[in-house]
Design a binder for this molecule. Structure first.
Ligand SMILES: [Zn+2]
Length: 341
């Protein structure tokens, strides 16, 4: 099969490699129909040391089940399925509590080979979600966002317990930030301030429900949000992952408020003491989204067109064009590239 491999920073190649095979009877093999490049794929694209062996990449996909191991019961050959970006049993104590990304199963893990024609899915019963048959192909981009970015944006809003009347600030105008805006709106936020400075993206954020856009960053951005909100936002959804975004979140959160992080932190140390969080009773939470838990909840509005999270895809490429898609996303020329097979 053809698959995307990363050989180091800035070095992405599409090559022919061996097809994946069933290794455990709980596995399935899926033929990918739509995949995409994630903002988080850009982290290794910046700093992966050069290596002899290419590293398979990609964790978001939707496809058709090609074959299943003997123990798989919930999906069968020919089913259209979407997968959460993590694979899990969906039955253990942690999964049942809705924290699938802390699954206790020894095989638990995160996908890393989804920018390819075929993929092996461990724990298929707990990972694959069967989509309705005969679904309109025009809905596929939005359905694909259930694999990660929509579920992750929703997780940010859910962990912050966004509810009716809240003032929410979203940091980051990437796909997750924009879908955090959409999710906050769905959960009833009254005012949604989007912090981002890429006009095309913040315009989409406004379409998704943002009421204000703040392009300034750092101290200037903090001052602007504090002024707009008369003292800070109740809920801050941080969808970037770099330290300055954390500092910005601390600066704009209202006393007694919540900072919910879904941007993968590219730092280990940040202030949590009296002056930053403790003194003002700020709650800090967030983490890798258990998107499998949200599919049931988010799917109906995608199917009936109430929401169109697939609008975050602003370029469609073939598998062979994936290296160029990484470059275009890194140049911020493209928000999120959809891979169509
Ligand atoms: Zn589990």
């Amino acid at each position: 099969m053809r698959a995307t491999l990363m050989y180091g920073a800035g070095d992405v190649r599409v090559e022919t490699i061996a097809d994946p095979s069933i290794q455990k009877q709980t596995d399935a093999i899926v033929r990918i129909v739509r995949s995409c490049v994630c903002g988080s794929d850009l982290h290794p694209y910046h700093d992966l040391p050069g290596q002899e062996q290419g590293m398979p990449v990609g964790h978001e996909f939707l496809g058709v089940v090609e074959r299943t191991g003997a123990d798989v019961t919930t999906v069968k050959t020919g089913d259209l399925v979407v997968a959460s970006f993590s694979y899990q049993d969906n039955t253990c104590e942690f999964c049942r509590a809705g924290v699938q990304t802390a699954c206790a199963h020894p095989e638990f893990g995160f996908f890393s080979a989804a920018q390819a024609e075929l993929i092996r899915v461990p724990l298929a019963d707990g990972t694959l979600y069967k989509l309705p048959t005969g679904v309109d192909t025009g809905l596929l981009p939005s359905l694909l966002t259930l694999a990660d970015v929509y579920g992750t944006g929703y997780h940010a809003a859910n962990m912050a317990k966004v509810s009716a009347g809240d003032t929410v600030a979203v940091i980051g105008d990437g796909a997750v930030g924009l879908l955090a805006v959409l999710s906050a709106k769905q959960l009833g936020a009254e005012r949604i301030i989007l912090m981002g400075r890429h006009k095309v993206r913040t315009d989409l954020g406004v379409e998704f429900g943002a009421t204000d856009v703040v392009a300034e960053r750092g101290e200037e951005g903090i001052a602007k949000v504090v002024e707009l909100t008369g003292g800070g936002a109740h809920k801050v959804l941080e969808a970037v992952g770099h330290r300055p975004a954390y500092d910005q979140a601390v600066g704009i959160v209202r006393g007694g408020g919540v900072i919910s992080r879904v941007g993968v932190p590219q730092y280990e140390e940040a202030p949590v003491g009296f002056a930053s969080l403790f003194g003002r009773n700020i709650t800090l939470n967030g983490g890798p989204a258990p998107v499998r838990a949200y599919i049931d909840e988010l799917l109906p509005s995608v199917l009936d067109g109430t929401v169109n999270p697939g609008k975050v895809f602003d370029r469609t490429v073939t598998l062979d064009d994936v290296p160029a898609a990484y470059q275009a996303m890194d140049d911020r020329e493209v928000l999120k590239a959809l891979i169509q097979f």
